[in-house]
Design a protein around this ligand. Structure first.
Ligand code: CP
Length: 305
């Protein structure tokens, strides 16, 4: 693929190739000398029009481990604040001879739009409530690492499905790899007709957790939300928060995931987040190897003279 704009556009073979390539990079970055020359002479621009901790730092580290030249742009400190458009911003950055653009943007479809207007490879680092493909690639990689083959595994995505790009990308990715996917949350935070994507819907958290092998707990995205959608935070935590008592009442041990940032004490207690059942920091660790794989595969299509 030329760009990584969404999991929707990837085949199961593409996803497996990313995982296999990430296996090799994970081995590399656990060596004393972590750097490889794969992206020497490739310039990557990280354009963040929305806040980020994990994705931004993980891409930057992945690029540096691959020996790319890296420039970073945050909209909050840029001339976007003076009214410069997305296309003008990106064309000015590309005039500096950039090969790959990693972009996070609040508008769904921003990456697709850009790919039709500029001559560089685009990697979507999250576009509004649409897709977050590298998050789904690292989430599925982390499930595969913990539980083996994803085919046949049961994964429930819990919480604010309506506003979540992580949910949509995970649904596409896990289904392409043969997993069964369920969503669970308040009816107000589950998109109407989501069953058409082939997912099951369960409003009762206990039943959902009893069914699954893996629960991916999402953050309630207050910044994307009209308050009328939502039960109060206290009601949400009572009905959809995961605590140790609930986990221990199940008749099996399930794996807990969270893409971060966590609202500790809301969707998940600290005791659960920091327990052996949680693989939250493994997800973050794997993010570097998975993003190295994505960048390596995207850059391998660039002609170098
Ligand atoms: N998981 C994730 O996208 O986190 P950030 O918003 O901190 O990048």
């Amino acid at each position: 693929v030329d760009h990584v704009l969404g999991i929707k556009y990837l085949t199961p073979q593409d996803i497996q190739l990313v995982h296999q390539t990430a296996d090799q990079f994970k081995e590399v970055i656990n060596r004393p000398i972590k750097k490889v020359p794969s992206l020497r002479d490739i310039t990557v621009a990280n354009l963040f029009f929305e806040n980020s901790t994990r994705t931004k730092l993980s891409f930057e580290l992945a690029e540096k481990r691959l020996s790319a030249d890296v420039i970073n742009f945050s909209a909050a400190q840029s001339s976007v604040k003076k009214g410069e458009t997305l296309i003008d911003t990106v064309n000015n950055i590309l005039a500096m001879k950039v090969d790959v653009v990693v972009m996070r943007h609040p508008n769904p479809g921003a990456g697709v739009f850009l790919s039709n207007h500029i001559n560089a490879r685009i990697v979507n680092a999250g576009d509004g409530a649409h897709e977050h493909p590298t998050q789904a690639l690292l989430d599925s990689y982390s499930i595969r690492e913990k539980l083996g083959d994803i085919s046949g595994k049961k994964v429930v995505i819990v919480g604010d499905i309506l506003h979540s790009r992580v949910a949509l990308s995970n649904i596409f990715c896990l289904q392409k790899l043969g997993a069964e996917v369920m969503v669970c949350g308040p009816a107000t935070l589950i998109p109407k007709h989501i069953e058409k994507l082939g997912v099951m819907v369960e409003l009762d958290l206990r039943k959902a957790l009893q069914w699954c092998d893996v629960a991916n707990m999402l953050r309630v995205q207050n910044e994307r939300m009209d308050i009328s959608y939502f039960p109060s935070v206290r009601e949400y935590t009572q009905q959809y928060g995961v605590n140790m008592e609930l986990l221990q009442s199940l008749d099996k041990e399930i794996t807990i995931m969270h893409p971060g940032p966590i609202n500790r004490g809301v969707e998940i207690t600290s005791e659960v987040a920091d327990s052996d059942q949680a693989i939250i920091l493994n997800q973050v660790e794997n993010g570097v190897a998975v993003r190295m794989a994505v960048l390596y595969l995207v850059a391998s299509k660039i002609k170098r003279n």
